[in-house]
Structures are given as structure tokens and as C-alpha cells.
Design a protein around this ligand. Structure first.
Ligand code: SAM
Ligand code: SF4
Length: 493
């Protein structure tokens, strides 16, 4: 049995109450969401088309508009929504997908979330926390073998993996330089998926160079939240979790990722919750979330509930992704390897922006296992076993370039600055160029001759587009492109 923890020693009440409304309630109004969903059942197709026009202007929709999109059942109108979603993706993010991989650092957890294999009372879980040397070995395998440049570091909630530990682990990951066949590879951006932290703790991880701070609300529905997260645990406190991004901004982290665990409650309600949260952050600091994640509950060994309590079909999944793309057009959308290759491929056509690949979710699994899943050593089972190379080639065959760019964050293009740039399309210039440079780097270091043949046309097409659009800038781009071919690494704008 693991350490029990008194939630009250962790949760800082005044760091919740300052973000609540005057009536002491948080910004998620269940009754209003339910009312808006009920009222949106019978919509006029003209209204839907007006909403699509607003999305195309890269404006955040309000929750009543989101509710209308969530109730569209007519196949032709759904098709129009999907086409508009992809248009928006191309307008804001061009034809790029960014890749990353999760690094599970510890499976110790003091909480008891009923759906999770890491829950404290699960006797079947073989637990482990990586040492700093083991974290470096994971980073070495991820960046040296697969070529990853972005890592999502994942932690259970436990005193042994507190903010100082998280900061040290970021240092450890950033310190690794792996030799490749033509140069070196290193992790250049570490995002963190961890429990909500206090403002002081968030400052610690901010100073350690965190990329995106990601916390999923799991469910925005208050009653379902209480059913899933026992009240005597830290995670049982809805308010501590739902205000964690407000604290992140107050601690100086302006790059945050939201998500829900689909399947716990009605999926339409959850999409409304995500959009409400994004709008609340826009109201609070003028900056919305950098990403939405849409994990869906999968069976976990030793979890208290074997199957998701709410039906959430693949078609619902695609509908949710489409509506999120339309409702908050500038926010990145992540669909993880929890889902099957078929569904992930479908979502690529709906405007998602980030995917993981070569994914292993066992603690220490990149350095130590052959990639086979071991149910008693991981949180749940994965649906997409594709390697990074396979994913990159599948995308290239559809004319999509994989970007390993991490420049925005390292050049200070984050938060409000990146939001404005995304909304106006300005960030696109840098992203387009950096995608080509980092893609070339990856092809030089990691791709097989067959993959090079598949991927080169998309890279050359992008280079040609840069030449045509930015003729004055092009010589500088070509110079860096050629230097990468000669073995220089990590060149970007
Ligand atoms: N412990 C931290 C927390 O809960 O906030 C972060 C790490 S937790 C390992 C990351 C996410 O995994 C959770 O936020 C939850 O959405 C997701 N998760 C938990 N159980 C899952 C399951 N059975 N299937 C799919 N995703 C799951
Ligand atoms: Fe712990 Fe997170 Fe799993 Fe809940 S979801 S049991 S907090 S690791």
C-alpha cells in the first residue's frame, strides 16, 4: 500500500478562492451548459453556416454556438463542418503535424481515480519512480533511437515526485545529447502532465524550462467528478483542479494544455466544459489554452471501473474533435496513441495538430523494453503501435510534413504573443520554415532510404512554397537547409 496523504496539506484554499466568482462558485456552470445543450437541439442550418463563418474568421465561439454544432446530425452539414475544420487548421497551422512522445516518470500516486491503473489502492500495479540517471537513459533512447525532440513528462501525484523533483527531471532530460548517424539529437522541449500545483511550485517548474503545463480536468461535470475521485484524496477537490491554470498564469507559465477523459460523462457536456475553460482563461489573462487533448478512457488493469461509464463512439470522437477545432480555432489539438491508427488518420483530416508516436507508457519502457505493452506496468493499453517513422511516412503520403520545431518556445514566442501570431497567421512563416529545417534534420539522422524517398517530395514542395512566398528570405533558409545536410544541427528561425 502506498503513502496516504492529507489533501489539506497540499491544497491551498486561498489559491482556489481568489479565482472563484462572487458567489463562491467556479466558472463551470453545469445547469447553464445543460440548458444550452437542450436549447440547441433544433437548430436552423443557416445558423450553423453563420457559426462556421465566425470560426473561419478565427474567432472563439461562445458556448451556445458550440452547443448548436454539437447537435448537428445531418450528414451534409456534418461534412461542411469537417471541411471548415480542416480549412481552419490549414489557415492557422498549415499542413504540419507536430510529434512528441510521453515519458512516464513515476507510477506512484496518492490518489484513487477509479478509472486509472496508477490509483493508490491498485495492488496489481508494479510501481516505480525513475532515478535521474534512468530519466537520462529514457531521453537518450527517445531522442537517439526514435529522433524525438519533444517529450511529454508524465507523473503520478506523490510527495517523491514534487515540484523540485519535476524540475530536476526536466534538467536531466534537457542535458542529454545522443549521437546519431550524422550528428546529434536532443530533447528541446519538455511539456509536463502532472497534478495541479501551488503557485510557488509552479514557479519552480517554470524556472526549470517547462514547455506546456498540461492538466486534464477529466470531467467538467461536478457530480461525475465527485463519483470518480474519492473525496478524501487531493484529486477529489474539483476547485483545486479547475483553477490550476489560473495559478499557472499567475506563476508566469503562459502555455497551458487542457483536456478531459472522454467516456466519464456525456461527451457533449465535456466539449462545452473545455470551451468554457478556454473562454474563462481568455477572460482572465487574454490568453487561451495552447492545446486541447482528447484522451478517451481505456481499460486499465486494476482500475475500479473496467469500462467507460458513458458511451463515446468513434463517430462521437470525430464530432468532438471537429467542434473543438471550430470553437477555439487557434488552439492546438492532440490525439494520442490511445486511439487506433484508423481513427487517428481520420482526425488528421479534421484538423488535429499534434500526435505521439513510437509511444511507450511503461515507466522506463523506452530504454528497457522491446516495446511490448505490459499491462501491470502501465496506466492503460495503447491503440496505435506505429513507430515515429511509420507515422511520418503515413503523413507524408498525404502531403503532410512532420514538424519537430521547438523554436517558438525557445524564442519567447509563447502565450499572448503566439496566440496573436496564430490568429493573424504570422507565426506560420517561422513554423513553415522551421518545419522544413527540422524535418530535414530528422531525415538525415533517422530515416531509412525508403522513408527518405517517401518524405522528400513533401519537403521539397514546402521548400518551393517558401521560395515563392518569401523570395527575399529564401537564401537564408536555403543556407540553413544546406548546413543541416552538412551535419549542423538545431538551426531555426
Ligand atoms: N497524475 C496526474 C493527474 O492525474 O493529473 C497526471 C498524470 S495521469 C497519468 C495523465 C492522464 O491520464 C490523466 O489526466 C487521465 O486523463 C489519463 N488517464 C488516466 N486513466 C486513464 C485510462 N484508464 N485511460 C486513458 N487515459 C487515462
Ligand atoms: Fe493518480 Fe493521475 Fe492516475 Fe489519478 S489519473 S490515479 S492522479 S496518476
Amino acid at each position: 500500500m502506498q503513502t496516504k496523504f492529507n489533501p489539506q496539506t497540499v491544497i491551498k484554499r486561498d489559491e482556489i478562492s481568489r479565482y472563484l466568482k462572487n458567489d463562491g462558485r467556479d466558472f463551470i456552470d453545469d445547469a447553464l451548459i445543460e440548458k444550452q445543450l437542450a436549447e440547441a437541439r433544433n437548430h436552423d442550418p443557416k445558423l450553423i453556416r453563420d457559426i462556421l463563418a465566425k470560426s473561419l474568421a478565427i474567432e472563439t465561439l461562445d458556448t451556445a454556438e458550440t452547443a448548436a454544432l454539437l447537435h448537428v446530425t445531418d450528414p451534409d452539414l456534418r461534412h461542411e463542418m469537417e471541411q471548415t475544420a480542416l480549412k481552419i487548421k490549414r489557415k492557422v497551422y498549415d499542413n504540419r503535424i507536430v510529434t512528441f512522445a510521453p515519458m512516464y516518470i513515476s507510477s506512484y500516486c496518492v490518489n484513487n481515480c477509479r478509472y486509472c491503473g496508477f490509483r493508490a489502492d491498485n495492488p496489481l500495479q508494479k510501481r516505480r519512480t525513475l532515478t535521474m540517471d534512468e530519466i537520462k537513459a529514457e531521453a537518450e533512447a527517445m531522442t537517439g533511437r526514435d529522433g524525438h525532440k519533444r517529450v511529454m513528462a508524465v507523473y503520478g501525484e506523490h510527495p517523491d515526485t514534487n515540484a523540485n523533483f519535476i524540475a530536476q527531471s526536466l534538467d536531466a532530460i534537457y542535458s542529454v545529447r545522443a549521437k546519431t548517424r550524422k550528428g546529434i539529437s536532443n530533447v528541446r522541449r519538455v511539456n509536463v502532465n502532472a497534478a495541479p500545483l501551488s503557485i510557488d511550485d509552479l514557479k519552480i517548474v517554470h524556472n526549470a524550462g517547462i514547455g506546456t503545463f498540461q492538466v486534464f480536468q477529466e470531467t467538467y461535470h461536478h457530480k461525475t467528478y465527485a463519483d470518480m475521485h474519492p473525496a478524501n484524496t487531493i484529486k477529489g477537490d474539483y476547485g483545486w483542479r479547475v483553477t490550476c491554470m489560473h495559478r499557472a498564469f499567475d506563476a508566469g507559465i503562459d502555455d497551458v494544455g487542457l483536456g478531459v477523459l472522454f467516456g466519464l460523462h456525456d461527451w457533449r457536456f465535456e466539449v462545452m466544459g473545455l470551451v468554457s475553460h478556454a473562454r474563462e482563461l481568455e477572460r482572465f489573462v487574454g490568453i487561451g489554452p495552447h492545446t486541447f487533448s482528447v484522451p478517451r478512457m481505456h481499460t486499465a488493469s486494476g482500475s475500479e471501473i473496467a469500462n467507460a461509464p458513458n458511451r463515446f463512439t468513434d463517430d462521437n470522437f470525430a464530432h468532438a474533435v471537429t467542434v473543438l477545432r471550430l470553437s477555439v480555432p487557434y488552439t492546438g489539438l492532440i490525439v494520442t496513441a490511445r486511439e487506433s491508427p484508423g481513427l487517428r488518420n481520420r482526425c488528421v483530416g479534421l484538423g488535429i495538430t499534434q500526435m505521439d508516436a513510437s509511444t511507450r507508457i511503461g515507466v522506463g519502457a523506452y530504454a528497457e523494453s522491446d516495446g511490448k505493452q505490459e499491462i501491470d506496468k502501465q496506466q492503460f493499453m495503447l491503440g496505435d503501435p506505429r513507430t515515429l517513422e511509420e507515422l511520418i511516412c503515413d503523413l507524408a503520403k498525404r502531403g503532410i510534413i512532420t514538424s519537430f520545431c521547438t523554436a517558438g518556445y525557445r524564442c519567447g514566442r509563447t502565450g499572448g504573443c503566439i496566440m496573436d501570431a496564430l490568429k493573424t497567421g504570422k507565426e506560420g512563416t517561422f513554423c513553415k520554415i522551421n518545419a522544413v529545417l527540422t524535418f530535414r534534420e530528422w531525415l538525415e539522422d533517422f530515416a531509412s532510404p525508403e522513408s527518405v524517398a517517401i518524405c522528400t517530395p513533401v519537403m521539397e514542395a514546402e521548400l518551393a512554397a517558401i521560395k515563392e512566398t518569401y523570395p527575399k528570405f529564401y537564401p537564408q533558409v536555403l543556407d540553413r537547409y544546406n548546413r543541416i545536410g552538412n551535419g549542423e544541427r538545431d538551426l531555426y528561425f
